[in-house]
Design a protein around this ligand. Structure first.
Ligand code: RP5
Length: 168
């Protein structure tokens, strides 16, 4: 097992069905990661320990997912110099707007790079982590070039499909 470069943390195991998409995306790029359930509110000491030791463990990026009063990303970012990417998780009376604003609205000095609500969020969080790691890893960057080419091919295929249907 290689040393994890990305730490995926979520506030509750109820977040995992969504957050799993980040894990799948990192796996597709061959990036080593680990996964933890740590709550900023229910296990604040654990959240502190995790963030404070993340750099020494060899992590390069942290992905933090939480719903509701989503303070996890901000709390982890407060205790580490590693980049933190926040995933707001929908649920509850405000349907994720609470988590989006809580994750996004960090004061100057403590950035949390916040991705969107919904299934695009965890995918983009992982892609952003890959891009960050890619700045110091040419092989990973080459994989990202290939990924972008794949996106282009899919659009070209979609274009051809729609135009063919219109011609019928
Ligand atoms: C947040 O509260 C978690 O990240 C989760 O999104 C939400 C609900 O948690 P559970 O009550 O399902 O454990 O802290």
């Amino acid at each position: 097992m290689s040393t994890p470069l990305v730490g995926i943390v979520m506030g509750s195991d109820s977040d995992w069905p969504l957050v799993q998409k980040a894990a799948d995306t990192l796996t597709a790029f061959g990036v080593a990661f680990d996964v933890r359930v740590i709550s900023a509110h229910r296990t604040p000491d654990l959240a502190f320990d995790y963030a404070a030791n993340a750099e020494a463990r060899g992590l390069k990026v942290i992905i933090a997912a939480a719903g509701g009063a989503a303070h996890l990303g901000g709390v982890l970012a407060a205790h580490t110099v590693l980049p933190v990417i926040g995933i707001p998780v929908a649920g509850g009376a405000l349907n994720g707007l609470d988590a989006l604003y809580a994750t996004l609205q960090m004061p100057a000095g403590i950035p949390v790079a916040t991705v969107t609500l919904g299934s695009a969020g965890p995918v983009n969080a992982a892609l952003l982590a890959v891009q960050i790691l890619g700045t110091a890893d040419p092989d990973l960057r080459a994989k990202f070039h290939a990924y972008k080419d794949e996106l282009k091919s899919k659009v070209a295929e979609g274009n051809a499909k729609v135009r063919a249907q219109r011609a019928q």
